[in-house]
Design a protein around this ligand. Structure first.
Ligand SMILES: Cc1cc2nc3c(=O)[nH]c(=O)nc-3n(C[C@H](O)[C@H](O)[C@H](O)COP(=O)(O)OP(=O)(O)OC[C@H]3O[C@@H](n4cnc5c(N)ncnc54)[C@H](O)[C@@H]3O)c2cc1C
Length: 533
Protein backbone atom coordinates (compact mmCIF):
# COMPACT_ATOMS: atom_id res chain seq x y z
CA UNK A 1 0.00 0.00 0.00
CA UNK A 2 1.54 3.30 -1.05
CA UNK A 3 1.98 5.94 1.63
CA UNK A 4 -0.25 8.73 0.33
CA UNK A 5 1.13 11.41 2.61
CA UNK A 6 4.58 11.98 1.10
CA UNK A 7 5.08 15.37 -0.50
CA UNK A 8 8.55 14.74 -1.87
CA UNK A 9 10.40 11.55 -2.63
CA UNK A 10 14.11 12.23 -3.03
CA UNK A 11 16.32 9.68 -4.75
CA UNK A 12 19.89 9.75 -3.43
CA UNK A 13 21.50 10.91 -0.20
CA UNK A 14 24.63 12.55 -1.47
CA UNK A 15 25.01 16.30 -1.03
CA UNK A 16 22.11 16.88 -3.44
CA UNK A 17 19.65 14.59 -1.69
CA UNK A 18 20.62 15.79 1.77
CA UNK A 19 20.26 19.47 0.97
CA UNK A 20 16.93 18.78 -0.76
CA UNK A 21 15.76 17.07 2.41
CA UNK A 22 16.84 20.00 4.59
CA UNK A 23 15.05 22.54 2.40
CA UNK A 24 11.92 20.46 1.88
CA UNK A 25 11.57 20.04 5.63
CA UNK A 26 12.05 23.76 6.15
CA UNK A 27 8.99 24.29 3.92
CA UNK A 28 7.01 21.91 6.11
CA UNK A 29 6.92 19.25 3.40
CA UNK A 30 6.87 15.60 4.25
CA UNK A 31 9.96 14.30 2.51
CA UNK A 32 11.81 11.01 2.37
CA UNK A 33 15.19 10.33 0.77
CA UNK A 34 15.96 6.82 -0.39
CA UNK A 35 19.56 5.79 -0.96
CA UNK A 36 20.80 2.53 -2.40
CA UNK A 37 24.08 2.65 -0.43
CA UNK A 38 24.30 1.81 3.27
CA UNK A 39 25.52 5.36 4.00
CA UNK A 40 24.96 8.97 3.09
CA UNK A 41 27.69 10.77 1.13
CA UNK A 42 27.08 9.62 -2.46
CA UNK A 43 30.23 10.13 -4.52
CA UNK A 44 32.36 10.17 -1.38
CA UNK A 45 30.93 6.92 -0.10
CA UNK A 46 31.42 4.99 -3.34
CA UNK A 47 34.73 6.38 -4.64
CA UNK A 48 37.17 5.32 -1.95
CA UNK A 49 40.06 4.30 -4.19
CA UNK A 50 43.55 5.33 -3.04
CA UNK A 51 44.17 8.98 -3.80
CA UNK A 52 40.50 9.95 -4.14
CA UNK A 53 40.07 13.60 -3.29
CA UNK A 54 38.27 16.71 -4.41
CA UNK A 55 39.72 18.77 -7.27
CA UNK A 56 38.23 22.07 -6.13
CA UNK A 57 39.51 23.63 -2.92
CA UNK A 58 37.47 22.47 0.05
CA UNK A 59 36.71 25.96 1.30
CA UNK A 60 34.84 26.28 -2.00
CA UNK A 61 33.58 22.69 -2.41
CA UNK A 62 31.32 22.72 0.66
CA UNK A 63 27.87 23.88 1.67
CA UNK A 64 27.28 27.59 2.01
CA UNK A 65 23.62 27.58 3.09
CA UNK A 66 24.32 27.57 6.81
CA UNK A 67 26.76 30.06 8.31
CA UNK A 68 27.28 28.04 11.51
CA UNK A 69 28.08 24.90 9.48
CA UNK A 70 30.65 26.62 7.30
CA UNK A 71 32.25 28.30 10.30
CA UNK A 72 32.49 25.24 12.51
CA UNK A 73 33.74 22.69 9.96
CA UNK A 74 37.55 22.56 9.77
CA UNK A 75 39.11 21.08 6.65
CA UNK A 76 42.57 19.72 7.30
CA UNK A 77 43.84 20.01 3.71
CA UNK A 78 43.47 22.49 0.89
CA UNK A 79 41.93 19.68 -1.20
CA UNK A 80 40.12 17.27 1.12
CA UNK A 81 40.54 13.54 0.73
CA UNK A 82 37.65 11.12 0.33
CA UNK A 83 37.57 10.04 4.01
CA UNK A 84 37.34 13.64 5.15
CA UNK A 85 34.59 14.43 2.61
CA UNK A 86 32.65 11.39 3.81
CA UNK A 87 33.03 12.58 7.42
CA UNK A 88 31.71 15.98 6.32
CA UNK A 89 28.67 14.36 4.66
CA UNK A 90 27.97 12.40 7.84
CA UNK A 91 28.41 15.53 9.92
CA UNK A 92 25.78 17.29 7.77
CA UNK A 93 23.40 14.33 8.20
CA UNK A 94 23.80 14.46 12.00
CA UNK A 95 23.86 18.21 12.43
CA UNK A 96 20.58 18.63 10.57
CA UNK A 97 19.07 15.45 12.08
CA UNK A 98 18.41 13.96 8.65
CA UNK A 99 18.81 10.28 9.36
CA UNK A 100 15.23 9.57 10.35
CA UNK A 101 14.11 10.76 6.90
CA UNK A 102 16.69 8.80 4.92
CA UNK A 103 16.08 5.20 4.04
CA UNK A 104 19.43 3.56 3.34
CA UNK A 105 20.02 0.41 1.32
CA UNK A 106 16.88 1.22 -0.61
CA UNK A 107 17.12 1.49 -4.38
CA UNK A 108 14.48 3.15 -6.51
CA UNK A 109 13.55 0.54 -9.11
CA UNK A 110 10.91 2.60 -10.86
CA UNK A 111 8.40 5.42 -10.60
CA UNK A 112 5.26 6.03 -12.61
CA UNK A 113 3.26 9.24 -12.96
CA UNK A 114 -0.35 8.65 -11.99
CA UNK A 115 -2.31 11.18 -13.99
CA UNK A 116 -5.57 10.70 -12.07
CA UNK A 117 -3.97 11.20 -8.67
CA UNK A 118 -1.37 13.63 -9.99
CA UNK A 119 1.31 11.88 -8.01
CA UNK A 120 4.33 9.71 -8.56
CA UNK A 121 4.04 6.09 -7.51
CA UNK A 122 7.51 4.76 -6.79
CA UNK A 123 8.77 1.28 -6.05
CA UNK A 124 11.99 0.06 -4.52
CA UNK A 125 13.75 -3.02 -5.80
CA UNK A 126 12.52 -4.77 -2.63
CA UNK A 127 8.93 -3.97 -3.60
CA UNK A 128 8.31 -1.09 -1.18
CA UNK A 129 5.97 1.56 -2.56
CA UNK A 130 5.57 5.28 -2.01
CA UNK A 131 3.29 7.89 -3.46
CA UNK A 132 4.61 11.43 -3.68
CA UNK A 133 3.57 14.72 -5.21
CA UNK A 134 7.11 15.46 -6.30
CA UNK A 135 9.94 13.21 -7.37
CA UNK A 136 13.41 14.72 -7.02
CA UNK A 137 16.22 12.82 -8.73
CA UNK A 138 19.35 13.55 -6.72
CA UNK A 139 20.87 10.33 -7.97
CA UNK A 140 24.14 11.95 -9.01
CA UNK A 141 25.80 13.13 -12.21
CA UNK A 142 28.67 10.70 -11.73
CA UNK A 143 27.23 7.74 -9.91
CA UNK A 144 26.53 5.09 -12.52
CA UNK A 145 29.91 3.35 -13.00
CA UNK A 146 30.90 2.58 -16.57
CA UNK A 147 32.42 -0.86 -17.05
CA UNK A 148 33.49 -1.40 -20.64
CA UNK A 149 32.48 -4.64 -22.21
CA UNK A 150 36.03 -6.03 -22.52
CA UNK A 151 36.06 -9.52 -23.94
CA UNK A 152 37.03 -11.99 -21.22
CA UNK A 153 36.65 -9.59 -18.27
CA UNK A 154 34.58 -12.13 -16.32
CA UNK A 155 37.27 -14.77 -16.76
CA UNK A 156 40.10 -12.78 -15.17
CA UNK A 157 41.40 -15.02 -12.38
CA UNK A 158 42.86 -12.20 -10.29
CA UNK A 159 40.95 -9.49 -8.42
CA UNK A 160 39.09 -6.74 -10.25
CA UNK A 161 38.12 -3.41 -8.68
CA UNK A 162 36.24 -0.49 -10.20
CA UNK A 163 37.35 2.86 -8.75
CA UNK A 164 33.70 3.91 -8.33
CA UNK A 165 32.78 0.77 -6.42
CA UNK A 166 35.85 0.32 -4.26
CA UNK A 167 35.94 -2.26 -1.44
CA UNK A 168 35.49 -1.03 2.09
CA UNK A 169 38.30 -3.05 3.53
CA UNK A 170 41.83 -1.87 2.71
CA UNK A 171 43.19 -3.19 -0.57
CA UNK A 172 46.80 -4.27 -0.15
CA UNK A 173 48.79 -3.93 -3.36
CA UNK A 174 52.05 -4.99 -1.70
CA UNK A 175 53.88 -7.56 -3.83
CA UNK A 176 51.11 -7.47 -6.46
CA UNK A 177 51.26 -7.01 -10.20
CA UNK A 178 48.61 -4.40 -10.84
CA UNK A 179 47.06 -3.11 -14.06
CA UNK A 180 45.04 0.10 -14.29
CA UNK A 181 42.79 0.70 -17.27
CA UNK A 182 41.84 4.33 -17.66
CA UNK A 183 43.62 7.63 -17.19
CA UNK A 184 40.82 10.11 -16.46
CA UNK A 185 40.50 11.90 -13.11
CA UNK A 186 40.15 8.71 -11.03
CA UNK A 187 43.04 6.96 -12.78
CA UNK A 188 45.29 10.00 -12.42
CA UNK A 189 44.56 10.10 -8.68
CA UNK A 190 44.90 6.36 -8.09
CA UNK A 191 47.95 5.55 -10.25
CA UNK A 192 50.64 7.29 -8.13
CA UNK A 193 49.28 5.76 -4.92
CA UNK A 194 49.10 2.25 -6.36
CA UNK A 195 52.57 2.58 -7.90
CA UNK A 196 54.05 3.32 -4.46
CA UNK A 197 52.70 0.02 -3.11
CA UNK A 198 52.63 -2.46 -5.98
CA UNK A 199 55.39 -4.77 -7.17
CA UNK A 200 54.62 -3.61 -10.67
CA UNK A 201 52.05 -1.34 -12.23
CA UNK A 202 51.00 -1.39 -15.87
CA UNK A 203 48.91 1.57 -17.01
CA UNK A 204 46.72 0.98 -20.05
CA UNK A 205 46.05 4.37 -21.62
CA UNK A 206 43.54 5.15 -24.35
CA UNK A 207 43.65 8.96 -24.12
CA UNK A 208 46.53 10.79 -22.47
CA UNK A 209 45.41 13.15 -19.70
CA UNK A 210 46.37 16.71 -18.91
CA UNK A 211 47.19 16.75 -15.20
CA UNK A 212 47.93 20.00 -13.41
CA UNK A 213 49.40 20.07 -9.91
CA UNK A 214 47.11 20.88 -7.00
CA UNK A 215 49.98 21.73 -4.63
CA UNK A 216 47.82 20.20 -1.97
CA UNK A 217 48.92 20.45 1.64
CA UNK A 218 47.60 21.33 5.07
CA UNK A 219 45.00 24.05 4.84
CA UNK A 220 46.65 27.40 5.42
CA UNK A 221 45.18 28.62 8.73
CA UNK A 222 45.63 32.27 7.82
CA UNK A 223 43.74 31.79 4.55
CA UNK A 224 40.99 29.86 6.31
CA UNK A 225 40.64 32.65 8.90
CA UNK A 226 40.50 35.29 6.19
CA UNK A 227 37.80 33.40 4.25
CA UNK A 228 35.80 32.66 7.39
CA UNK A 229 35.93 36.30 8.49
CA UNK A 230 33.59 36.97 5.57
CA UNK A 231 32.51 33.56 4.29
CA UNK A 232 29.22 34.95 2.94
CA UNK A 233 31.10 37.52 0.89
CA UNK A 234 33.53 34.88 -0.37
CA UNK A 235 30.63 32.69 -1.49
CA UNK A 236 28.89 35.65 -3.11
CA UNK A 237 32.03 36.53 -5.06
CA UNK A 238 32.32 32.91 -6.17
CA UNK A 239 28.74 32.91 -7.38
CA UNK A 240 29.73 35.67 -9.79
CA UNK A 241 32.42 33.46 -11.34
CA UNK A 242 31.57 31.49 -14.49
CA UNK A 243 32.54 28.33 -12.63
CA UNK A 244 31.05 29.27 -9.27
CA UNK A 245 34.49 29.07 -7.66
CA UNK A 246 37.96 30.58 -7.96
CA UNK A 247 37.18 34.19 -7.06
CA UNK A 248 40.62 34.67 -5.52
CA UNK A 249 42.27 34.18 -8.90
CA UNK A 250 39.72 35.12 -11.56
CA UNK A 251 40.37 34.52 -15.27
CA UNK A 252 42.70 37.04 -16.83
CA UNK A 253 40.52 38.97 -19.29
CA UNK A 254 43.18 39.14 -22.00
CA UNK A 255 43.51 36.90 -25.05
CA UNK A 256 46.34 34.39 -25.14
CA UNK A 257 46.86 35.58 -28.71
CA UNK A 258 47.38 39.19 -27.68
CA UNK A 259 50.50 38.88 -25.54
CA UNK A 260 54.17 38.20 -26.21
CA UNK A 261 55.50 34.61 -25.86
CA UNK A 262 57.43 35.71 -22.76
CA UNK A 263 54.37 37.17 -21.06
CA UNK A 264 52.30 34.12 -21.98
CA UNK A 265 54.85 31.80 -20.48
CA UNK A 266 55.23 33.77 -17.28
CA UNK A 267 51.46 33.98 -16.79
CA UNK A 268 51.11 30.22 -17.32
CA UNK A 269 53.91 29.67 -14.79
CA UNK A 270 52.11 31.84 -12.21
CA UNK A 271 48.94 29.77 -12.54
CA UNK A 272 50.84 26.48 -12.57
CA UNK A 273 52.45 27.54 -9.29
CA UNK A 274 49.02 28.40 -7.83
CA UNK A 275 47.66 25.01 -8.87
CA UNK A 276 44.40 23.40 -9.98
CA UNK A 277 41.89 24.68 -12.52
CA UNK A 278 43.34 28.20 -12.32
CA UNK A 279 45.54 27.33 -15.31
CA UNK A 280 42.50 27.36 -17.62
CA UNK A 281 41.85 30.97 -16.61
CA UNK A 282 45.32 32.21 -17.53
CA UNK A 283 43.66 33.86 -20.52
CA UNK A 284 39.92 34.28 -21.00
CA UNK A 285 39.85 32.53 -24.38
CA UNK A 286 41.56 29.22 -23.57
CA UNK A 287 38.24 27.38 -23.58
CA UNK A 288 36.83 29.46 -26.43
CA UNK A 289 39.50 29.49 -29.12
CA UNK A 290 41.52 26.49 -30.26
CA UNK A 291 44.59 28.64 -30.98
CA UNK A 292 44.57 30.08 -27.46
CA UNK A 293 43.92 26.61 -26.10
CA UNK A 294 46.93 25.21 -27.94
CA UNK A 295 49.26 27.58 -26.06
CA UNK A 296 48.01 26.22 -22.73
CA UNK A 297 48.11 22.64 -24.02
CA UNK A 298 51.69 23.01 -25.22
CA UNK A 299 52.69 24.58 -21.90
CA UNK A 300 51.54 21.42 -20.11
CA UNK A 301 53.15 19.15 -22.71
CA UNK A 302 56.43 20.93 -22.08
CA UNK A 303 56.01 20.22 -18.36
CA UNK A 304 55.46 16.53 -19.19
CA UNK A 305 58.62 16.42 -21.30
CA UNK A 306 60.57 18.12 -18.52
CA UNK A 307 59.27 15.64 -15.93
CA UNK A 308 59.26 12.27 -17.64
CA UNK A 309 62.77 10.96 -18.27
CA UNK A 310 61.98 8.52 -21.08
CA UNK A 311 61.27 10.53 -24.22
CA UNK A 312 59.00 7.90 -25.73
CA UNK A 313 56.95 7.63 -22.52
CA UNK A 314 56.74 11.42 -22.37
CA UNK A 315 55.46 11.49 -25.94
CA UNK A 316 52.83 8.87 -25.15
CA UNK A 317 51.74 10.78 -22.05
CA UNK A 318 51.35 14.00 -24.04
CA UNK A 319 47.71 14.64 -24.92
CA UNK A 320 46.74 15.82 -28.37
CA UNK A 321 43.14 16.92 -27.70
CA UNK A 322 42.51 20.51 -26.55
CA UNK A 323 43.22 21.03 -22.87
CA UNK A 324 40.11 21.11 -20.68
CA UNK A 325 37.99 19.55 -23.43
CA UNK A 326 37.87 16.44 -21.28
CA UNK A 327 37.76 17.27 -17.57
CA UNK A 328 41.16 18.57 -16.54
CA UNK A 329 42.83 16.28 -14.00
CA UNK A 330 44.11 17.87 -10.81
CA UNK A 331 47.07 15.92 -9.52
CA UNK A 332 48.08 15.62 -5.89
CA UNK A 333 50.15 12.46 -6.14
CA UNK A 334 52.81 13.24 -8.76
CA UNK A 335 51.16 11.61 -11.77
CA UNK A 336 53.77 12.22 -14.46
CA UNK A 337 56.67 11.56 -12.05
CA UNK A 338 55.17 8.13 -11.43
CA UNK A 339 56.23 7.06 -14.92
CA UNK A 340 59.89 7.51 -13.94
CA UNK A 341 59.58 4.65 -11.46
CA UNK A 342 61.17 1.38 -12.47
CA UNK A 343 58.06 -0.59 -11.45
CA UNK A 344 55.71 1.36 -13.74
CA UNK A 345 55.12 0.86 -17.44
CA UNK A 346 52.75 2.57 -19.84
CA UNK A 347 50.87 0.77 -22.61
CA UNK A 348 49.43 3.11 -25.21
CA UNK A 349 46.25 1.47 -26.46
CA UNK A 350 46.24 3.65 -29.56
CA UNK A 351 49.43 2.00 -30.74
CA UNK A 352 48.39 -1.46 -29.57
CA UNK A 353 44.69 -1.85 -28.80
CA UNK A 354 43.47 -3.84 -25.85
CA UNK A 355 42.37 -7.11 -27.46
CA UNK A 356 40.93 -9.00 -24.52
CA UNK A 357 41.21 -9.80 -20.85
CA UNK A 358 42.62 -13.25 -20.23
CA UNK A 359 42.49 -15.32 -17.02
CA UNK A 360 46.08 -14.18 -16.36
CA UNK A 361 45.92 -10.54 -17.35
CA UNK A 362 45.43 -8.14 -20.24
CA UNK A 363 46.26 -8.98 -23.83
CA UNK A 364 47.39 -5.77 -25.49
CA UNK A 365 50.39 -4.52 -27.32
CA UNK A 366 50.63 -7.94 -28.99
CA UNK A 367 51.28 -9.74 -25.71
CA UNK A 368 49.81 -10.84 -22.43
CA UNK A 369 50.50 -8.58 -19.44
CA UNK A 370 50.25 -10.84 -16.42
CA UNK A 371 48.42 -9.29 -13.47
CA UNK A 372 47.19 -10.14 -9.99
CA UNK A 373 44.88 -7.13 -9.70
CA UNK A 374 43.01 -5.23 -12.39
CA UNK A 375 41.74 -1.73 -11.56
CA UNK A 376 39.07 -0.29 -13.83
CA UNK A 377 39.31 3.48 -13.71
CA UNK A 378 36.84 3.65 -16.54
CA UNK A 379 34.59 6.39 -15.22
CA UNK A 380 30.85 6.74 -15.44
CA UNK A 381 27.83 6.60 -17.64
CA UNK A 382 27.80 10.27 -16.80
CA UNK A 383 24.92 12.61 -16.12
CA UNK A 384 22.10 10.44 -17.50
CA UNK A 385 23.29 7.03 -16.29
CA UNK A 386 21.28 6.68 -13.09
CA UNK A 387 18.01 7.82 -14.64
CA UNK A 388 18.49 5.59 -17.68
CA UNK A 389 19.02 2.62 -15.34
CA UNK A 390 15.69 3.32 -13.59
CA UNK A 391 12.19 2.51 -14.82
CA UNK A 392 10.77 6.02 -14.90
CA UNK A 393 7.44 6.45 -16.64
CA UNK A 394 5.98 9.87 -17.18
CA UNK A 395 2.71 10.98 -18.70
CA UNK A 396 0.96 8.44 -21.01
CA UNK A 397 3.44 5.73 -20.13
CA UNK A 398 6.39 7.55 -21.71
CA UNK A 399 9.58 5.94 -20.44
CA UNK A 400 12.71 7.96 -19.78
CA UNK A 401 14.62 5.54 -22.03
CA UNK A 402 12.28 6.38 -24.92
CA UNK A 403 12.28 10.09 -24.12
CA UNK A 404 16.06 10.27 -23.97
CA UNK A 405 16.75 8.02 -26.96
CA UNK A 406 18.00 11.06 -28.94
CA UNK A 407 19.77 12.51 -25.89
CA UNK A 408 18.98 13.98 -22.50
CA UNK A 409 16.18 16.39 -23.44
CA UNK A 410 15.45 18.82 -20.62
CA UNK A 411 14.45 22.34 -19.73
CA UNK A 412 16.84 24.41 -17.59
CA UNK A 413 18.56 21.17 -16.59
CA UNK A 414 15.81 20.82 -14.01
CA UNK A 415 12.77 19.37 -15.74
CA UNK A 416 11.78 17.05 -18.59
CA UNK A 417 8.65 17.49 -20.73
CA UNK A 418 6.33 14.55 -20.19
CA UNK A 419 7.53 14.06 -16.59
CA UNK A 420 5.40 16.40 -14.46
CA UNK A 421 6.51 17.24 -10.94
CA UNK A 422 9.86 15.56 -11.48
CA UNK A 423 13.02 17.57 -10.89
CA UNK A 424 16.61 16.68 -11.58
CA UNK A 425 19.54 17.93 -9.50
CA UNK A 426 22.96 18.53 -11.09
CA UNK A 427 21.76 16.97 -14.31
CA UNK A 428 22.09 17.50 -18.06
CA UNK A 429 21.37 20.97 -19.37
CA UNK A 430 22.74 22.76 -16.32
CA UNK A 431 26.18 24.22 -15.69
CA UNK A 432 26.84 21.88 -12.76
CA UNK A 433 29.64 19.88 -14.42
CA UNK A 434 31.63 23.09 -14.91
CA UNK A 435 31.13 24.40 -11.41
CA UNK A 436 31.86 23.41 -7.87
CA UNK A 437 28.95 20.97 -7.88
CA UNK A 438 27.83 21.74 -4.32
CA UNK A 439 27.27 25.34 -5.43
CA UNK A 440 25.06 24.07 -8.27
CA UNK A 441 23.22 21.70 -5.97
CA UNK A 442 22.35 24.60 -3.67
CA UNK A 443 21.06 26.62 -6.59
CA UNK A 444 18.97 23.73 -7.94
CA UNK A 445 17.46 22.82 -4.60
CA UNK A 446 16.62 26.45 -3.79
CA UNK A 447 14.97 26.85 -7.17
CA UNK A 448 12.96 23.62 -6.84
CA UNK A 449 11.77 24.52 -3.34
CA UNK A 450 10.78 28.04 -4.37
CA UNK A 451 8.87 26.49 -7.25
CA UNK A 452 7.01 24.09 -4.94
CA UNK A 453 6.21 26.93 -2.54
CA UNK A 454 4.92 29.02 -5.44
CA UNK A 455 2.69 26.19 -6.67
CA UNK A 456 1.26 25.88 -3.18
CA UNK A 457 0.54 29.58 -2.84
CA UNK A 458 -1.16 29.50 -6.26
CA UNK A 459 -3.08 26.37 -5.22
CA UNK A 460 -1.65 24.49 -8.18
CA UNK A 461 -0.76 20.81 -8.14
CA UNK A 462 1.40 20.14 -11.18
CA UNK A 463 4.18 21.72 -13.17
CA UNK A 464 5.67 20.36 -16.37
CA UNK A 465 8.12 21.73 -18.91
CA UNK A 466 6.56 22.32 -22.33
CA UNK A 467 8.03 20.55 -25.35
CA UNK A 468 8.60 23.93 -26.94
CA UNK A 469 10.58 25.33 -24.00
CA UNK A 470 12.57 22.11 -23.86
CA UNK A 471 13.45 22.33 -27.56
CA UNK A 472 14.55 25.95 -27.20
CA UNK A 473 16.67 25.07 -24.18
CA UNK A 474 18.33 22.17 -26.00
CA UNK A 475 19.15 24.49 -28.91
CA UNK A 476 20.60 26.99 -26.42
CA UNK A 477 22.80 24.33 -24.76
CA UNK A 478 24.14 23.22 -28.16
CA UNK A 479 24.67 26.79 -29.38
CA UNK A 480 26.62 27.67 -26.25
CA UNK A 481 28.81 24.57 -26.63
CA UNK A 482 29.55 25.50 -30.24
CA UNK A 483 31.15 28.73 -29.02
CA UNK A 484 33.73 26.75 -27.07
CA UNK A 485 36.41 24.13 -27.67
CA UNK A 486 34.33 21.45 -25.93
CA UNK A 487 33.08 19.87 -29.15
CA UNK A 488 36.64 19.17 -30.33
CA UNK A 489 37.17 15.93 -28.46
CA UNK A 490 35.31 12.81 -27.37
CA UNK A 491 34.40 13.33 -23.74
CA UNK A 492 31.88 12.08 -21.21
CA UNK A 493 30.31 15.53 -21.48
CA UNK A 494 28.91 14.32 -24.80
CA UNK A 495 28.41 10.68 -23.91
CA UNK A 496 31.37 9.53 -26.01
CA UNK A 497 32.78 7.16 -23.38
CA UNK A 498 29.75 4.85 -23.47
CA UNK A 499 29.14 2.83 -26.63
CA UNK A 500 25.72 3.51 -28.13
CA UNK A 501 25.03 6.59 -26.00
CA UNK A 502 23.73 9.51 -28.08
CA UNK A 503 26.42 12.09 -28.84
CA UNK A 504 24.81 15.23 -27.52
CA UNK A 505 26.68 17.76 -25.45
CA UNK A 506 25.02 17.55 -22.03
CA UNK A 507 26.25 20.32 -19.71
CA UNK A 508 25.55 23.99 -20.27
CA UNK A 509 28.58 26.16 -20.94
CA UNK A 510 28.25 29.92 -20.67
CA UNK A 511 28.73 30.28 -16.99
CA UNK A 512 27.00 29.81 -13.67
CA UNK A 513 25.82 33.45 -13.19
CA UNK A 514 24.04 33.61 -16.56
CA UNK A 515 22.42 30.25 -15.87
CA UNK A 516 21.28 31.31 -12.40
CA UNK A 517 19.87 34.51 -13.86
CA UNK A 518 17.95 32.59 -16.52
CA UNK A 519 16.45 30.24 -13.95
CA UNK A 520 15.43 33.24 -11.82
CA UNK A 521 13.85 34.98 -14.82
CA UNK A 522 11.80 31.90 -15.59
CA UNK A 523 10.48 31.90 -12.03
CA UNK A 524 9.82 35.64 -11.98
CA UNK A 525 7.84 35.31 -15.19
CA UNK A 526 5.45 32.86 -13.59
CA UNK A 527 7.45 29.77 -14.54
CA UNK A 528 7.66 30.62 -18.19
CA UNK A 529 8.09 27.53 -20.36
CA UNK A 530 6.22 25.37 -17.88
CA UNK A 531 2.61 24.29 -18.00
CA UNK A 532 0.99 24.47 -14.57
CA UNK A 533 -2.38 23.20 -13.45
C1 LIG B 1 35.73 10.64 -7.88
C2 LIG B 1 34.92 11.88 -8.04
C3 LIG B 1 35.46 13.10 -7.71
C4 LIG B 1 34.70 14.25 -7.84
N1 LIG B 1 35.27 15.44 -7.53
C5 LIG B 1 34.55 16.57 -7.65
C6 LIG B 1 35.13 17.83 -7.34
O1 LIG B 1 36.27 17.92 -6.96
N2 LIG B 1 34.38 18.93 -7.49
C7 LIG B 1 33.09 18.86 -7.92
O2 LIG B 1 32.45 19.91 -8.03
N3 LIG B 1 32.51 17.69 -8.21
C8 LIG B 1 33.21 16.55 -8.09
N4 LIG B 1 32.64 15.36 -8.40
C9 LIG B 1 31.25 15.33 -8.82
C10 LIG B 1 30.38 14.85 -7.64
O3 LIG B 1 29.61 13.81 -8.11
C11 LIG B 1 29.58 15.98 -7.09
O4 LIG B 1 30.47 16.95 -6.60
C12 LIG B 1 28.64 15.66 -5.95
O5 LIG B 1 29.18 14.73 -5.04
C13 LIG B 1 27.32 15.16 -6.48
O6 LIG B 1 26.43 15.01 -5.41
P1 LIG B 1 25.01 14.37 -5.69
O7 LIG B 1 24.34 14.29 -4.38
O8 LIG B 1 24.34 15.12 -6.77
O9 LIG B 1 25.32 12.94 -6.29
P2 LIG B 1 26.07 11.72 -5.62
O10 LIG B 1 27.04 12.15 -4.63
O11 LIG B 1 26.55 10.88 -6.74
O12 LIG B 1 24.91 10.95 -4.85
C14 LIG B 1 23.89 10.29 -5.54
C15 LIG B 1 23.42 9.13 -4.70
O13 LIG B 1 22.27 8.57 -5.32
C16 LIG B 1 22.29 7.19 -5.10
N5 LIG B 1 21.45 6.57 -6.12
C17 LIG B 1 21.63 6.54 -7.46
N6 LIG B 1 20.63 5.88 -8.06
C18 LIG B 1 19.79 5.49 -7.08
C19 LIG B 1 18.57 4.76 -7.07
N7 LIG B 1 18.01 4.31 -8.20
N8 LIG B 1 17.98 4.54 -5.88
C20 LIG B 1 18.51 4.98 -4.72
N9 LIG B 1 19.68 5.67 -4.67
C21 LIG B 1 20.30 5.92 -5.84
C22 LIG B 1 23.75 6.82 -5.21
O14 LIG B 1 24.03 5.63 -4.49
C23 LIG B 1 24.43 8.02 -4.59
O15 LIG B 1 24.74 7.79 -3.25
C24 LIG B 1 33.37 14.18 -8.30
C25 LIG B 1 32.84 12.96 -8.66
C26 LIG B 1 33.61 11.81 -8.54
C27 LIG B 1 33.00 10.50 -8.94
Amino acid sequence: MADPSLDVLIVGAGFGGMYMLIKARSLGLKALAIESAPSVGGTWYHNRYPGARVDIQSLEYSFSFDEALQQEWRWTERYASQPELLRYANHVADRFALRDSIRLETRLAGATWDEDERRWVATSDEGERWSARFLVMASGPLSAPNTPNFEGLDHFAGTTHHTADWPHEAVDFGGQRVGVIGTGSSGVQAIPEIARQARSLTVFQRTAAYAVPSHNGPLDAAWEARVKADYAGFRARNRLMRTGFGCELPPHMVSALAVSPEERESRFEERWAYGGFALLGTFYDIMLDLRANEFAAEFVRAKIRATVHNAQTARRLSPTQPIGCKRLCVDSGGYYETFNRSNVQLVDLNEAPLERITPRGVFADGREHELDVLVLATGFDAVTGTLMRTKLQGRDGLSIQEKWRPGALNYLGLAVAGFPNMFNIAGAGSTSAFTSVIQSIEHHVNWICECIAWLDTQRLTTIEATVHAEADWMAHVQAMAEQTVFLSCNSWYMGANVPGKPRLFMPLTGGFPAYVERCAQVATNGYEGFRVS
